[in-house]
Each structure stands twice: as C-alpha cells, then as structure tokens.
Design a binder for this molecule. Structure first.
Ligand code: C2E
Ligand code: CA
Ligand code: CA
Length: 703
C-alpha cells in the first residue's frame, strides 16, 4: 500500500516504507540488479543488499566507497568507467556503462550500469545514483552465439538460410559468398533459382511437400550452382527446416562435390560396364548364365514372399548344330541374335530372358496365375519362329523346343526347376521338336534322362567338366597307405554334381567312356606325379577302365604317351576292370589284358563276386588283385551267406596267389572281419570318402 501523506501517522508510514523496502530488495534479487548511490563529496557509497551480492559480498559486510567499485572493475575497463562517470556528470542524463568486474571470489562477471548524477541548487553534482545489473548469463549466451556464428561463417560448407515462402536468401555465410563470387549484400538480394539453374519452383514445392510428409530430418540432393561469373560446380545439399528471426525458413548446407562426381559417377561408369559384361552374354546382350542364376534366385524369393507362381521356360534351338556346321559360326551367331530378338518381343517387360550358352535360352515368366497364361506365351514364341529369317542370303527357319517348369508346383529350388524345365525340353524334342511341354512327374525317371545326359555329356567332354576324386586304399596288416582309386566326378553346370553311376553306363553305351577315361587318366597321373615330386607317397593309382577303352587299338601307346607326358611310372599303375565286363567276352579279354600285363601294368578285377567268373578263365587272366564287391561287405556282420562268400573269395585269391582288397568298408566290425580272414587291403568310408585332390593332399600329409 502506498503511504498516504494526509492520513498516515509516522508509525504507519514507516511500516509501509519497510514493507516496500523489503519488496524492493526482493525485486533486485529476482532481476539480478543492485541499486546504489555515491556521495560525490565524501566518496562514500550506499549499496542495496543485492549490490553487495553482485560483488560477491555478504550484505553490509564491507563499507563501500566509489573506490570499492574501481577495485573490482577489470583494469582494462577502468578508464572507460571513469569517462562514463564524467560524461554522466556533464550530460545531466542517464548514462550507460558495460564492463566486467571480478567478484570477491575472483569470478568474472559482466555488468551493465545505468547511472545519473544529482545536483545541488548551484548546479554542482553532489550525488551519483544508479543500478548495476549482473548480465553475465546474457553475455555468455551472446559470446557463445558469436562464436557459433563465426564457425558458421567460416565453415567448410556453404550455408544458406532461405525464406520458406519466397525462397529468398535470408542469410548466407562467407564460404557461400566466396564460392559463388557474390558479396553478402548481392547474395541476399537473390533467391535460390538464381544460383541453382536446374531447380524449378515446382520441383522445390515437391521437395518441400515430401519433406513435410515424410518426417525425415533432412533432405539430401545434388544440384549445380552457378557462380556470378557463370561458371558452375556440383554441390551436395543437405536441406533442413528451421526458423530464422521467427520466420519459417530452411537451411541448406552445401558441399562442393565436383571432384568426387568427376571421379565417382567415372568409376561408376566403369564398374557398370564391367558388371554389365560379367552379367551379360556378349553375342545377344541378354543376361548370361551367372545373371540367370541370380534372376532365378530372386524370382524364387519374391514368389515365396508373395505366395505367387512363376514359370521357367527352357528353350533349345532345333537343329542349331546343323546350321552351325553347314553355314558356319558367323551365320550361327546371327541366328542366335535373331532368335533372341524375336524372343524378346514375345514376353512382357517384367519377364526375363537369359542365354545360358550355346543355343540354350531361358525365360522367366513372373507372377503367373494360370497355366493357360504360360501356354499363351509359349504359343506366341513358337508362332513368332514360323516366319523365316533372312541371314546373308539364306532364308532360315529357326524353330525351338521349349520345356516348362512351374514354381512352386514342380519344384521350389533352382536346381529342381532347371532340371525339370530341361527334362520337359527334351520331351519336346522327343515329340518332334518345334513345340513346348510342361514338366510332368513321369518325365524324370528314365525316358528323358538319357536324352538330357547324352547332350550334356558331349558338352562335358568338350569342356572337360570332369574332375577326379581319390579314395585311399589301406593295408590293414600294417596300416600303411597302399594306394588310391581315382573316381571321376562330373560337375554339371546346372544339375550340379552328377554321380558316375548315372552317367558311366550311358557313356559306355555312347562310346563316350573312352574320352572320359582318358581325361581321368591324364588328370590322375599328373596328380600322382605332383604328389610324388612333393615327397608325398601316394602308393598305387587304381584307374577304372572300361573294356571298351582297353579294346582301342591305340590304348597301350596312348597309355604310355600319357605316362611319359605326366612323368608317371608304370609301376605306380593298376587298372580296374569289372568282372562282368571281363567275362562278357572272356577270350578276347584274356588276350587284351595279357598284352597290358606284358607291358608291366598290374590289373585287378573290380566288383568281384557279382559276375560269373569260371575258375578256368580266372586262372588264365593275368591278374594281380581281386576286389571284393561292396554288396558282400554290406552283409557283415549279419548275413552269414554273404560272409561265407567273402571267405570263399579270400580262399580263391590265396590259391591263385592274388592280392585282395575289400571295397565299401564302413565299420570297424567289417574291418575286423576282413582282418581276421586275411584280406589285406580295405577301401571305404571307414578311412575316407573319395576326396578332391586338394583334400587328398592334406590326407597324405597327415595319414
Ligand atoms: P566302383 O569302381 O565300384 O567304385 C566304388 C564306388 O563305391 C565309388 O562310387 C565310391 O565312392 C563308392 N564307395 C567307396 N567306399 C564306400 C563306402 O564305404 N560306402 C559306400 N556307400 N560307398 C563307397 P562312385 O565314385 O560313385 O563310383 C561309382 C562307379 O562309377 C564306380 O564303382 C565305377 O564303376 C564307376 N567309375 C567311377 N569313376 C570311373 C572312371 O573314371 N572310369 C570308369 N570307367 N568308371 C568309373
Ligand atoms: Ca573301381
Ligand atoms: Ca567296385
């Protein structure tokens, strides 16, 4: 309540005054200022309670004077303070002084003083009153923001703040001005379109919208900046929403990436080219086998996720070999190109074509809902091929046979889908070519396997898709390695590893076994020679040889040539011939084998016990070893009959002075039985499965 001069008695007036003084002190504390007065005659000062606190003193703990002020003000500010006092006295106005003091504890504080002189009636200044405000916090903030703006000004990035509505520059840092060659004033009179020539208002609106909708913290994009001198450079922009002077704006951080761009997209161009080459067939520019494998993997995973179906078409040109042979490779190549062009026109944009090699193509028809859709495409392909193509004055009818497998109906994996499409394709060939066939279950087993194999076997021989595995043969009397059997493996490009059981009989029928055995022989001999050169004693090499091979006129000369070529000694060699093959034409076999044996090469009879050897013939054959067939070993220990046969074979071998080896030995029981019955050698999983050469090297090193 204010003091009422009329009504209030002295006591009441004093009370009211005290209350007001209390409030005033509270106010000083809240707003961090202290009031004071200095008697300019006596130099003595009166400070409010908070004035003491600003200087770091307990209220009234010292007797303040004008000098107390000068004692605390920082020396560099003292002169300005004196001038300010003089000015205040002369000007008759409120004067302001800002400086720093150190408090009693040494803490530096920022202060702002507003002061005024009071005069006597003669006009002489007698008092000086004022308030001191502690502005340390404000000044700290101000300094911090100054430091930050310094950093921003000189940052490596060009920084712009742009009005959200008008796209006019509100701020640009020094780096930006330097980069663009404008002064700050010039730049602030421009908008973003003036320096980003490829930006349009529409594009900016889109960007703003996408930014607002997606909630992403910032947008990144690349643009081209045009300098004042019309030259340009590439920048990577980071754009973020902000407020500037309480105005909606966006801030752009730009990075000059001209160098990176020159080097990177180059690198990209090159790597794109390389990648294209790695994934594409040079002749047709279609995806190649490697890319096809990826396409198929993707198709499976997409279909799996979506629960959809797709079809794999396997296409093989009809009679392409004839075209190639009669008209030459150049025409052949053109045929493949024409074919792939026509094929491309028959499918939808989302479907994929690949050339696996030769005249084999695949098509993946994605997202198929019914068979008739697949049939429609297949019909379209067959139809498209009806029109003959003219290649270098030849009118050629190119037709194709198509096999189709469906995911997931026929198979859910790559190998299965390919195998089935391939099988169906052979069915189409079998049906007179120039047609398509869907895979059906009955197809796999026998009928088409042969056709499939025949074709791929020929390719396999040409491309030497065979490798040799080795299975150790152990002498169980002394636990030494006696030798190893070479077993052929066929790494089919789409079917994977094909078992010899599946292709050797066919290869024999087709007469291709001769070639295969020669490939195996050479690889194995080379490997043996390498091992022995490295001091790894591999023992004897057992080679499986088809009778057909032995019957070749040049067999012996070829054998010796290969041995010589590989630096392989004949004493290291043993040939395995099956009992059945030998006994098919015993007289002839005896003659042939004798010739081989005369040349110092030992021979063993494979699968012994399965054929019907007569003792009379056996005696005449120049043999060194009998190999007891696995089927008898399987009988140990449960089948007494089988075990008796083994005992009989062992007795026979001993009587004929032949060596013995048991194949397919898997268990200790079997091995013990053979040991007790004096069969000296054992081959089987009990020691090792057939191993590729590298693993066999490790085996030799550690056995
Ligand atoms: P094989 O000459 O009777 O060869 C032994 C077969 O039994 C091999 O099968 C071998 O992997 C397998 N085997 C070995 N130990 C065990 C065992 O403990 N348990 C079981 N379950 N199997 C065992 P593979 O390699 O599949 O060869 C199959 C047949 O193919 C061979 O029977 C041979 O007749 C023929 N073959 C393999 N390589 C060649 C070759 O280079 N030329 C010729 N002409 N025929 C070959
Ligand atoms: Ca064998
Ligand atoms: Ca065998």
């Amino acid at each position: 309540m204010p003091i009422d001069v009329q009504k209030d008695d002295l006591q009441t007036a004093l009370k009211k005054l005290k209350v007001r003084e209390g409030n005033f002190q509270q106010l000083e504390k809240i707003s961090n200022f202290g009031s004071w007065e200095v008697d300019l005659i006596t130099k003595k000062s009166i400070w409010s309670e908070n004035s003491y606190r600003i200087y770091g003193y307990e209220p009234f703990s010292i007797e303040p004077t004008l000098d107390t002020f000068f004692l605390h003000i920082l020396p560099q500010d003292a002169h300005r303070a004196k001038l300010a006092i003089q000015k205040a006295i002369q000007s008759h106005k409120v004067e302001t002084f800002q400086g720093q003091l150190h408090s009693k504890s040494g803490k530096i504080k920022d202060i702002l003083i507003n002061a005024q002189a009071l005069y006597n009636k003669d006009g002489m200044a007698i008092k000086f009153i004022g308030i001191t405000q502690d502005i340390t916090k404000v000044m700290q903030l101000q300094r911090k923001s100054k430091e930050l703006s310094n950093i921003i000004e000189n940052s490596a990035n060009e920084i712009y703040i742009v009005d959200w509505e008008t796209n006019q520059y509100l701020y640009a840092n020094q780096t930006a001005c330097d980069a663009l060659g404008y002064t700050k004033e010039e730049l602030l009179s421009l908008n973003i379109f003036d320096i980003n020539k490829e930006l349009t208002p529409q594009r900016v609106e889109e960007l703003k919208q996408s930014y607002t909708q997606t909630n992403i913290p910032y947008i990144t994009k690349q643009t081209i900046h045009i300098r004042k001198d019309a030259t340009s450079y590439h920048v990577q922009s980071n754009i973020q929403k902000t407020y500037y002077n309480s105005q909606k704006a966006y801030v752009i951080f730009d990075n000059d990436v001209t160098q990176n761009i020159m080097v990177s997209k180059l690198v990209e161009k090159q790597s794109k080219l390389l990648q294209h080459r790695a994934n594409h067939d040079e002749l047709t520019n279609l995806a190649n086998r490697a890319q096809f494998q990826e396409q198929l993997t993707t198709a499976i995973s997409v279909a799996k996720k979506e629960g959809s179906s797709f079809a794999l078409l396997f296409l093989d040109l009809d009679h392409f070999k004839d075209i190639n042979d009669s008209l030459g490779h150049d025409i052949g190549d053109r045929v493949l190109q024409e074919f792939s062009k026509k094929l491309g026109k028959c499918i939808r944009a989302q479907d994929t074509i690949a050339r696996l090699g030769g005249d084999e193509f695949t098509v993946i028809l994605h997202n198929i809902s019914k068979r008739s859709d697949i049939a429609m495409v297949a019909d379209k392909i067959i139809d498209a091929m009806k029109i003959p193509v003219k290649i270098a004055s030849n009118m050629l009818h190119i037709t194709t046979s198509i096999g189709i497998s469906i995911y997931p109906e026929h198979a859910q994996n790559k190998a299965g889908l390919l195998k089935f499409a391939d099988t169906a394709m052979y069915k189409a060939k079998d049906q007179g070519r120039n047609n398509y066939q869907f895979y059906s279950e009955g197809m796999t087993a026998h009928a088409y396997k042969r056709v499939i194999m025949e074709n791929s076997l020929r390719i396999a021989i040409k491309e030497e898709q065979f490798s040799v595995y080795y299975q150790p043969q152990i002498n169980i009397f002394n636990n030494q390695l006696a030798g190893m059997e070479a077993l052929v493996r066929w790494q089919h490009p789409t079917l994977g590893m094909v078992s010899p059981i599946d292709f050797i009989p066919l290869a024999e029928d087709l007469g291709l076994i001769v070639e295969i055995d020669r490939i195996v022989m050479k690889q194995a001999m080379q490997q043996f020679s390498t091992w022995s050169k490295h001091g790894l004693y591999p023992g004897k090499l057992s080679l499986n040889l088809a009778m057909q091979q032995l019957q070749q006129n040049d067999f012996i000369s070829n054998l010796f040539n290969t041995m010589k070529e590989c630096d392989f000694q004949k004493s290291w060699l043993e040939l395995e011939v099956t009992e059945t093959q030998v006994m098919n034409n015993p007289m002839h076999s005896i003659k042939k084998l004798q010739e081989i044996s005369d040349n110092g090469i030992s021979i063993s009879i494979d699968d012994f016990g399965t054929g019907y050897s007569s003792l009379a013939y056996l005696k005449k054959l120049p043999l060194s070893k009998l190999k007891i067939d696995k089927s008898f070993i399987d009988d140990i220990p449960n089948d007494e009959d089988g075990m008796s046969i083994i005992r009989a074979i062992i007795a026979l071998a001993k009587s004929l002075n032949l060596g013995l080896i048991a194949e397919g030995v898997e268990t200790e029981v079997q091995k013990d039985f053979l040991l007790q019955n004096s069969c000296e050698c054992v081959q089987g999983y009990i020691y090792s499965k057939p191993l590729p050469s590298q693993e066999m090297t490790t085996f030799l090193e550690t056995f």
